[in-house]
Design a protein around this ligand. Sequence first.
Ligand code: BGC
Length: 350
Amino acid sequence: MRAVTVRPPEPDSLALSDLPEPEPTDGELLVDGLAVGVCGTDREIISGAYGRAPEGHRRLVLGHESLGRVRQAPPGSGFAAGDLVVGVVRRPDPEPCGACAHGEFDMCRNDGYTERGIKERDGYAAEVWTVEPGYAVPLDPGLERVGVLMEPASVVAKAWEQVERVGARAWFAPRRVLVTGAGPIGLLAALLGAQRGLDVHVLDRVTGGPKPGLVADLGATYHTDELDKVTSALQPDIVIEATGVGRLVLDAMAGTAPYGVICLTGVSPSGRHLTVDAGCLNRELVLENNVVVGSVNANLRHYRQAAEALAGADAAWLERLITRRVPLDRFAEAYAPAPEDIKVVLTLGE
Ligand code: BGC
């Protein structure tokens, strides 16, 4: 079978490799890969800046945004041949920390977790893969065209849960959310905000392409002004930051209404320096009871929340997030960004 592989931390080692088909062990499902989504993390791994091969191996199968169809499921697994399925990214540390021991491996405290397609576990960018039934999430058959959005949606579901849990430390009745960045995470965050009945605003720098229309079709407002201008006009109760751009992160932290929650979901490169009035930022956070919360990954509860959010969304709107579908034999094109991309998907089968 064919799989997209890299040799981290070697830069630019992306290849299509012929590997033996995996054999399911210990009650695992055998799955025919349908598609994987491509994200910034994949590009970071390809550049050599991130990612680790499984212990004792040089090669890592890429791909953490999965979608597949069960080929073979052991009796009692809760799955049957033909089911649409998404594999969870993270696995807890074999000697679990407190969070992992409670099923909250997305909050792992000792860095001992592993992640499929990212950290010490082969990923899902393969024509065939296996997965433990406990880390497989069933998907409504109607979501076949967009089910590959499940993993980014799970990351967003977790971010929203964090915001709501932080907010609920006292009376909390948010009305307005500002999302910075109209990539897949930003747009899915806007979708979940709209599903909550909030007044949703999205800021991005592009004025053309599909983003403004996607935002408008959620009943949300699209902005391209400077962030500090937008926040002072809007005074959002919540900011979900989905760019990881240092200046925007800082402006987002200073930009909410009093008792605001700022959730950071973007990963920035290190080594870029900005001048900050730390006293002013501290004063603002303290005097306004604001909270800045970082959020990464997702546990099984968030995958279930994501499945509900996707099932409740307009499938045609979700499909517009997928701006390119690239067949496996042209795999390299999927990992090369193009100007109007939102989500690029590598198709593996069917
Ligand atoms: C993935 C997360 C993962 C994170 C860090 C993101 O791209 O969506 O599941 O935890 O990268 O490795």
